[in-house]
Write a protein that binds this ligand. Structure first.
Ligand SMILES: Cc1cc2nc3c(=O)[nH]c(=O)nc-3n(C[C@H](O)[C@H](O)[C@H](O)COP(=O)(O)OP(=O)(O)OC[C@H]3O[C@@H](n4cnc5c(N)ncnc54)[C@H](O)[C@@H]3O)c2cc1C
Length: 465
């Protein structure tokens, strides 16, 4: 048995920001991470083959840096985008912590440039969007890129060592240990670790495990909605007038037919489309680097769905739709918008003649209407047509649609304002607790938990947190 002041499960942004904060305050901290160290994070499917080898621990979402390591590294500096922290902390505290996280990222080597600060250009985009029933949500974004994000993580990795934080890789925490309503440690196959405080930050890679632990410990949970849609790819020039101003134009549309909320998500100017492995299913995603890596821009169009009763299992619903896409195509399905509108499938021949070349070569041409329910198809087509008004060419017949993109959010665990569960000393933070959905918010959740632990241990934080 090993004894620490604080045990942290997971080395994603949430776990790392809390660990650094606590270690800087002189506490004895261990991070236990089921994935590999940063430099050992390689995906064999990307290295050698085009298909997922279904590794027991996916190196794309597990390891030092968590899901953040191969993310697009967009730091969206806003309380509204990337999580539900406004339910727990006051707006002024959020803004203070946001500035603090941003300043630490700059220290670790994030680029100076901030997108979304040209007020005149933003006003013009807002006006154009409003004319066509779209809501434009301007947010300042610091774009690290996948390459730049990796460099930031390398500096953080060195700093973690300099601070003397113990970090165990390739070790999965099997069980959270608690007695009489109080946490006292965790157990892995290798060892048992004891501490009065445990911060659990398992991300989406640990969502199923977290749900089981929550059940065992009797923690209350609430389902989050599931986001279902497609990844859209088109020539970068069509959206340049938007992406050059804000990098990621966040646009929302309420469909006329169903009054559903549809939004753009994860816009990657001059980026590429990639497969994503979400536990046992293959979905689609995209990324971009600091320098252009293609002539295309890609983004997701997502429809949020919540259920009530008798069915309220959004994760299984989303997975069933992805499984259908995986069944038909072996992974990700590809269709030209023009083919979808004409009621016919895309074929290798049609795609090879298409002026827009797909950046995800392994995607299989087919028919998305065999996968997505009518409601989603109508919503997505309506939104593409609305977007076409502010960026002519978006709804061109040559626009590529990859299916399906699904964002699963962990069930939200009931926690206090300092993100402590009903088990004393046990904090659940980040995406795995269903509280956040992005890099900035997850990092802030780490600081909130760390701040509370410091307070309980009588450590002043000199106005930092
Ligand atoms: C492809 C992609 C692109 C993205 N792009 C962006 C972006 O541009 N901007 C943005 O804001 N967000 C982006 N995100 C989301 C962002 O990466 C996440 O919101 C963020 O990483 C969540 O941080 P976290 O610390 O909560 O969890 P994670 O980063 O998921 O880290 C959790 C860690 O816990 C480990 N773990 C889980 N269970 C256990 C266990 N039982 N024992 C030990 N270790 C365990 C996991 O291996 C993992 O390393 C992207 C995500 C993906 C997948």
């Amino acid at each position: 048995m090993e004894k620490y002041d604080v045990i942290i499960v997971g080395a994603g942004p949430a776990g790392l920001f809390s660990a650094i904060e606590l270690a800087e305050a002189g506490l004895n901290v261990i991070i236990i991470e089921k994935g590999p160290d940063l430099k050992k994070r390689r995906c064999p499917a990307i290295d050698y083959k085009k298909i997922c080898l279904r590794c027991p621990v996916c190196p794309l979402i597990s390891g030092f840096g968590g899901a953040g390591a191969f993310s697009d590294g967009k730091i969206t500096l806003s309380p509204q985008v990337g999580g539900n922290l406004e339910k727990y902390i006051e707006n002024h505290s959020f803004l203070r912590l946001m500035k603090y996280v941003d300043s630490r990222l700059l220290e670790f080597g994030a680029p100076d440039r901030l997108f979304g600060t040209d007020d005149d250009a933003i006003r013009k985009i807002k006006y154009e969007a409003q004319k066509h029933g779209l809501v434009f949500v301007p947010t300042p974004i610091r774009h690290l890129g996948t390459d730049g994000g990796f460099k930031v993580l390398e500096s953080m990795r060195n700093y973690v060592d300099r601070l003397g934080i113990d970090i165990h890789f390739n070790e999965k925490v099997e069980e959270i240990l608690a007695k009489d309503g109080k946490v006292y440690g965790v157990r892995s196959k290798r060892n048992e670790y004891h501490a009065d405080f445990v911060i659990v930050a398992p991300g989406r890679a640990g969502a199923t495990w977290m749900a089981k632990q929550a059940k065992k410990l009797g923690l209350k949970t609430h389902p989050n909605p599931v986001d279902i849609g497609v990844r859209v790819e088109l020539p970068a020039s069509i959206m340049d007038h938007l992406t050059k101003v804000v990098y990621e134009p966040k646009l929302i549309y309420y469909s006329q037919k169903f009054d559903d909320r549809i939004r753009t998500f994860c816009v990657n100017p001059n980026g590429v489309v990639v497969q994503e492995f979400a536990e046992d299913v293959i979905t689609v995603n995209g990324f971009s680097n600091t320098e252009p890596i293609s002539e295309n821009t890609n983004f997701a169009l997502l429809v949020s769905t919540s259920f009530t009763e008798p069915f309220n299992d959004p994760i299984t619903f989303g997975k069933s739709i992805v499984r259908l896409a995986n069944l038909i195509s072996g992974g990700v399905l590809l269709q030209r918008l023009g083919d979808l509108m004409r009621g016919r499938r895309s074929t290798e021949r049609r795609i090879s003649k298409n002026p827009v070349k797909p950046t995800l070569e392994s995607a299989v041409p087919g028919d998305i209407s065999f996968i997505l329910p009518y409601r989603y198809l109508v919503n997505l087509i309506e939104m593409l047509e609305a977007l076409d008004k502010i960026a002519p060419g978006v709804a061109s017949p040559y626009t590529l649609l990859y299916g399906v993109e699904v964002k699963f959010y962990s069930n939200r665990i009931e926690v206090s304002k300092s993100l402590e569960t009903s088990v004393q000393g046990l904090f659940t933070i980040g995406d795995g607790a269903g509280i956040t959905r992005g890099l900035l918010h997850s990092a802030i959740s780490g600081l909130v938990a760390a701040g509370e632990i410091k307070k309980r241990m009588g450590i002043k934080d000199e106005g930092k947190i």
